[in-house]
Unconditional design. Structure first.
Length: 452
């Protein structure tokens, strides 16, 4: 409960300088014990009605009402309860260079400052323009439905393979993770400021001692062994390790040869050090799937057990972001997260003759699961498009500029589509990641693939 209350409204954890999430003490063990995901547990909570919680060590800046319906045995307790509800929500200054007045409605709590009425002449919060986004019943012909996937199921008996066109590559970049550093002895008396030009010898430390004496094939063997252990430990593998290992060794060898980009002065041997080594195993584990050409059953999605398919019927919210009206959507408008990029993409999609209907993925709860850096993540694509065909054909469209995880997300989305199509119950799905100038081309190509 404490972790949930502390993370209300937070979409992600704070990160360290290597991009890894920083969890509260004890959170990982509790999440593993309860079989819960590692994202902030209060991420999806919109409203809380709490009973007897304001006496605990909890600060919530969005409390609107406090009702005291039990006896208070001390004035201190009254002050504590009221104080919890009077935490400021915003520290933005008004035009008068003052904080806007914020109040909470309090009943039944004896307190010296209560009753106190809001000052009608106090500093007013700058009015925020709010837009109502909702599904329009009269536009139900544009309704879209999508499956909710929480994972994947495999039943590998003997043969596995990798789609080399879809697997994410890896760059060993020395400008992000330095392979060499310079160090110097600290000050003897702990006084003054350490400096490179100060007394003492400057010493360089690099990875050359580790690289010397290493052989690539030896390291490939170790990588294949660790990958085999990781893959066989999952519930989706039924093949014995001695059957998988020779196949995975060849896959590891090809991945290191074709999918690893080394930026000097880094070296290919650096991939066998953390965090690169873990990233390689993650990418390969996600890309390995049953070889259907050898008679294996295809990988299929594992749908959420407690919720059915999502749809545009559920959209009803207010936003302060800019919006644009659209025609071929079940919603009255789309929400723009950028100044121009997504508005222009929505215009192209809305006016494309191959588009039957579409929706911007804002508050739609459509996510694609993926695993990166030892943690589960949710990828939220930009658009879902239903193509203008007699059958149910869909296109997931991502209009993305530069993104460090671009290839990881693309591979995750393609895996999602392949699993959904193998299941065959949710229509045919495709995925395109493109820039703004190629949105029309991406839709045309998706439509042509359906007809070929």
């Amino acid at each position: 409960m404490r972790f949930t209350l502390d993370t209300i409204g937070k979409t992600q954890w704070a990160k360290d300088n290597q991009g890894r999430d920083i969890y509260p003490e004890g959170f990982e063990q509790l999440a593993e014990k309860l079989d819960r995901p590692l994202h902030p547990p209060g991420r999806d909570i919109k409203c809380i009605i709490s009973v007897g919680m304001l006496t605990e060590g909890w600060d919530c800046s969005t409390v609107k009402h406090i009702i005291g319906i039990r006896p208070f045995q001390s004035q201190l307790l009254c002050e504590q309860v009221v104080g919890r509800g009077l935490r400021r929500r915003s520290y933005d200054l008004t035009e008068d260079n003052k904080f806007a007045e914020e109040t909470a409605t309090i009943f039944g709590v004896p307190f010296e400052v209560v009753p106190f009425k809001a000052n009608p002449d106090g500093a007013k919060r700058k009015p925020e323009k709010r837009h109502h986004v909702y599904s329009v019943p009269q536009k139900s012909q544009y309704r879209l439905e999508f499956p909710r996937v929480e994972g994947y199921t495999q039943a590998v008996q003997n043969r596995v393979t990798v789609d080399w066109n879809e697997i994410a590559s890896l760059t060993i970049d020395p400008f992000k993770i330095a392979p060499e550093v310079q160090v110097k002895g600290t000050l003897a008396n702990n006084q003054g400021r350490p400096t490179v030009s100060g007394p003492g010898k400057l010493k360089s430390i690099d990875l050359n001692p580790y690289r010397q004496g290493k052989r690539l094939q030896e390291l490939v063997f170790e990588l294949a062994a660790d990958l085999t252990r990781t893959y066989c430990a999952s519930d989706q593998c039924e093949a014995p390790p001695h059957i998988l290992f020779p196949q995975l060794r060849k896959i590891c060898d090809r991945y290191l040869t074709e999918k690893i980009e080394v930026v000097e002065p880094a070296h290919i041997f650096d991939v066998f050090l953390s965090p690169y080594y873990g990233w390689v195993i993650e990418k390969l584990s996600a890309a390995i799937h049953p070889d259907t050409t050898a008679g294996e059953a295809a990988e299929i999605p594992r749908y959420e057990a407690h919720r059915g398919n999502g749809s545009t019927d559920e959209i009803n919210f207010f936003t302060g972001k800019p919006v644009r009206e659209v025609v071929k959507s079940h919603l009255n408008c789309i929400v723009a997260d950028t100044d121009q990029w997504e508005q222009a993409a929505a215009y192209i999609i809305d006016n494309h003759p191959r588009t039957q209907s579409f929706v911007k993925n804002e508050r739609l709860d459509f996510t694609i699961p993926y695993f990166h850096n030892g943690e589960d993540h949710d990828y939220i694509p930009d658009f879902i498009i239903r193509l203008n065909t007699p059958e149910s054909n869909y296109l997931i469209l991502e209009t993305k500029g530069w993104d460090e995880l671009r290839e990881v997300k693309k591979a995750a989305a393609q895996r999602w589509c392949n699993a959904i199509n193998a299941d065959g119950k949710q229509g045919y799905w495709q995925y395109v990641m493109t820039g703004l100038i190629k949105v029309k081309e991406g839709i045309d190509q998706a439509w042509e693939r359906v007809h070929t």
